[in-house]
Design a protein around this ligand. Structure first.
Ligand SMILES: Nc1ncnc2c1ncn2[C@@H]1O[C@H](COP(=O)(O)OP(=O)(O)OP(=O)(O)O)[C@@H](O)[C@H]1O
Ligand SMILES: [Zn+2]
Ligand SMILES: [Zn+2]
Length: 809
């Protein structure tokens, strides 16, 4: 019986979205395992592509002659059984290619890409040989990519059989090695060598004793030099004499910020929990112990000590010999939390940053895979960390939309977490001060277990919030980003030596219209979603239903002429602030000042050391910061988010305001918050002011109910794009017909309409939004649509399907 391998190939089309069967050559029979990457010939051209072995079989329906696997790229599987099963589920639920899901789970360095190489296989005339190939026998095809003449020439040569184009799979994963050494002799033999030394050969004497202490081990040479207090030349002599052998040792590239880590025996001790925290840890601990895949919603106000609950729950998992995974929204934005995890668990922690180099990331990944790291902290993609024996998964700030990937595969880390929880019989903890409506609704229904931390650890009330109506402010003082009350409070803090945080809300762009006098945002009459400005057509459009109207010159509500696009930049605000309060030391934090690696941490450290009085930033400063000396938080513009054409606009505004308000008064000094707005009456702002999540939740739920949005309905967004607007629109119309025929009558299909950003990268986008409660046909018809879009009539149209989209722009 010959075993055959099933391989998912790196050819992302619908036709190849299932495994292909290959022969296993005899020499590979013993080596090959499920989860390894292989190189296989594919298609008529027999080009080489990379693939993953996903199974073995002894029979096939394929009538033709099977091709053999060409090479194995790994010595051991890079995807274990759990992740393999997960990849399959992911492909199915996110309407994406299996191969894309497999790659998504791996660190970049393992995503070897195939390279096209042009090889000279017959004599060329000298001129061509030098012009095209620089006198060598092969060249990377991409070298010719921008040179149509050269490509024409190549094609001619190819037809004449003088050159060949090969695909080669390149594997970029390289472990880093340094020089190490290992003793070659036994203890006694080393002892003999010692007796034959000259009496004054002190260094060699010490070397021999040192070697005796490391029999059977391999030690990094630098480390050996330090321990034995010997120079490298002594070790070289030892090697010449045959006492020791030099060998390369694999080392990990550890990220620099870990240099300052405490030794494992100096780890920080757990804090004594308050009763609410204890209750939460007890319940989570019990689920860890009983290995039940319960999902907990931990709702705790800002500063209530959620992080401590996470840490002690992780301890419980570790104490039972299991591992733990903790996700944070964007790791570079939350260095304080990451450092707390490291201070508690030391070298058992692996961190998966987006700002790690590929090499560092690969090394952290291998430490996890080998079981050396038992706690993983990371952003979204860390949910695929190859931890085995997972005992607990935590999502901090579970409401954050960055947990959803907005390119294929469009997965939500929360759903993946629940899948892995089930697979491993491990609880999942969703933590937030402002849970997503979806999660909170599930907790109410009893689908999630509800845990609450209603009070701040310092037993202080949440900071009082003052709302400043910017409409009269602007009338009185002209265009300014700073109201009189905010300036007054900033000066007070300066005088008292306390610090302030100022947030400029940059969510969204200046693409909607708002009246500066009454705060009115122009909305769609059908959808209650704000209209988006289109400069190309000079109209305001609704992206849900397609409604269109002219750009208003006066406010339809109060007839003021002060109706403007909305939006302003941090740099402008900083300049104004420097003029208004020249003595204040200001740190500005936005994409510009934090572009360089490590800048984010550096600026926060400076602020923490009180080298500045005011931290001015975009929403990147809203989360997770814990500075005891901050007593004032100011929000310069609460409204930008409200105007976006998105049914989650109010929820995001409420979340953001609650989050950023929570940065004030976290230690023993009383905090205060000032929110500037043109919409002082908006419920998202009023509820944030009252710290009233409950009231916001019920109000927002009732609006979602009326308009049939999540969590009452599920949504799927389909998008088609093409360089020609008509073609994109026609493709979407065709898809619309197909949906209409197949879907249940209770399902609502919105569109097709042009997308909010209708033209991007020279392509036009059209979209359809499906709202449904239960539709047994949906899954099948969406896959049929994907299948169809591969056909000729859809030439060059790109179609994407986004389940549970987080943005509708
Ligand atoms: N049981 C405890 N005893 C003493 N101090 C505690 C305790 N738990 C937490 N703290 C401290 O209280 C502060 C706030 O806690 P933490 O940062 O965990 O709150 P959080 O709920 O995660 O906050 P946020 O959601 O606002 O980021 C921290 O400085 C933390 O060290
Ligand atoms: Zn108005
Ligand atoms: Zn509309």
């Amino acid at each position: 019986m010959v075993e055959l391998a099933q391989v998912v190939v790196d050819v992302p089309t619908m036709q190849t979205n299932q495994p292909y069967t290959y022969q296993v050559p005899v020499i590979l029979e013993k080596k090959l395992q499920v989860g390894m990457r292989v190189v296989v010939p594919f298609g008529n051209g027999h080009r080489q592509v990379q693939g993953f072995v996903v199974g073995f079989t002894d029979s096939t329906d394929y009538a033709g002659k099977l091709k053999p696997i060409q090479a194995v790229m790994d010595l051991q599987p890079v995807v274990n059984q759990e992740l393999l099963a997960l990849s399959k589920w992911l492909a199915d639920t996110t309407y994406s290619f299996w191969i894309a899901c497999l790659y998504t789970m791996l660190p970049n360095l393992l995503k070897g890409k195939s390279k096209r190489i042009v090889r000279v296989i017959d004599d060329l005339d000298e001129q061509t040989y030098f012009d095209l190939f620089n006198g060598k026998d092969e060249r990377d095809y991409t070298d010719f990519a921008n040179n149509p003449d050269a490509i024409n020439q190549l094609l001619k040569l190819k037809r004449a059989g003088k050159v060949r184009i090969d695909y080669e799979v390149t594997d970029r994963a390289r472990a880093k090695t340094v020089m190490g050494l290992t003793p070659l002799l036994s203890f006694e033999e080393l002892e003999d060598a010692r007796t034959s030394l000259h009496a004054n050969a002190h260094a060699q004497n010490r070397l021999l004793s040192y070697l005796q202490s490391i029999i059977g081990k391999t030690v990094v040479q630098k480390e050996a030099e330090r321990r034995a207090q010997l120079s490298s030349s002594t070790f070289n002599q030892g090697a010449k004499k045959g006492w020791l052998k030099k060998v390369p040792v694999e080392v990990y590239r550890r990220p620099e910020s870990q240099v300052a880590l405490p030794d494992d025996h100096q780890l920080e001790k757990p804090l004594k929990l308050n009763p609410d925290q204890q209750e939460a840890v007890d319940q989570i601990g019990a689920a860890v112990k009983d290995q039940t895949a319960t999902t907990f919603l931990l709702q705790g106000v800002t500063g209530s000590g959620k992080t401590e609950v996470y840490l002690q729950s992780i301890s419980q998992a570790l104490a039972r010999g299991r591992t733990a995974l903790m996700l944070v929204p964007e790791i570079s934005l939350t260095p304080q939390i990451v450092n707390r995890v490291r201070r508690r668990f030391g070298s058992q922690v692996a961190v998966l940053h987006s700002s790690l180099s590929s090499g560092e990331r690969y090394d952290e990944w291998r430490r996890i895979e080998r079981g050396e790291a038992k706690v993983v902290v990371g952003a979204r993609s860390a949910i695929f960390a190859p931890l085995t024996n997972l005992g607990l998964i935590i999502l901090d700030e579970e409401h954050e939309s960055s947990y959803k990937q907005d390119e294929s595969p469009r997965y939500h880390a929360r759903e993946v977490a629940k899948w892995r929880g089930k697979y491993n019989n491990a609880p999942v903890v969703l933590g937030s001060a402002t849970p997503s409506l979806e999660s909170r609704a599930r907790a109410l229904k009893g689908v999630y277990r509800f845990l609450r931390l209603p009070h701040r650890v310092n037993k202080q009330p949440l900071p009082p919030i003052q709302i400043v109506d910017m409409r009269p402010e602007i009338k009185k003082r002209g265009e300014s980003n700073f109201s009189a009350p905010l300036l007054y409070e900033l000066n007070q803090r300066l005088a008292r030596g306390e610090q302030s945080i100022l947030m400029l809300n940059r969510r969204g762009f200046s693409s909607f219209m708002m009246c500066r006098d009454c705060g009115e945002v122009l909305k769609c009459p059908n959808c209650d979603i704000s209209l988006t400005l289109h400069m190309d057509t000079r109209t305001m459009k609704c992206h849900y239903c397609g409604h269109e109207e002219p750009i208003p010159q006066i406010c339809p509500h109060c007839h003021s002429r002060h109706i403007r696009y909305y939006g302003t930049g941090t740099e402008k605000v900083e300049t104004e602030l420097r003029q208004l309060i020249p003595t204040a030391r200001i740190i500005r934090m936005d994409v510009d000042t934090t572009r360089r690696k490590g800048m984010h941490e550096k600026l926060l450290r400076k602020f923490g050391n009180h080298e500045a009085d005011i931290l001015l930033g975009t929403q990147m400063i809203a989360k997770g910061l814990d500075f005891p000396n901050v007593t004032l938080v100011g929000v310069l513009n609460a409204d930008t988010g409200l105007g976006l054409p998105d049914f989650r606009a109010s929820e995001r505004t409420f979340d953001l305001l609650s989050q950023v308000s929570g940065r004030a008064g976290r230690a023993n000094k009383q905090g205060q918050v000032i929110i500037q707005t043109f919409n002082p009456g908006h419920y998202a702002i009023k509820d944030a002011q009252a710290h009233d999540y409950e009231r916001f939740f019920y109000q927002e739920m009732s609006l979602r109910h009326q308009a049939s949005y999540p969590p009452y309905y599920y949504t799927v967004r389909l998008m088609a794009s093409h360089p020609e607007e008509r073609t994109a629109a026609q493709a979407m119309a065709k898809i619309h017909d197909q949906l209409q025929k197949a879907l249940a009558p209770s399902t609502i299909i919105l569109g097709p309409t042009p997308r909010a950003i209708a033209r991007m990268k020279r392509r036009y986008y059209y979209q359809i939004v499906i709202k449904y409660k239960r539709d047994p046909a949906l899954h099948r018809v969406l896959f049929e649509i994907l299948q169809n879009t591969q056909s000729k009539s859809f030439k060059d149209v790109q179609v994407s399907i986004d389940p549970d989209p987080q943005y509708f722009m």
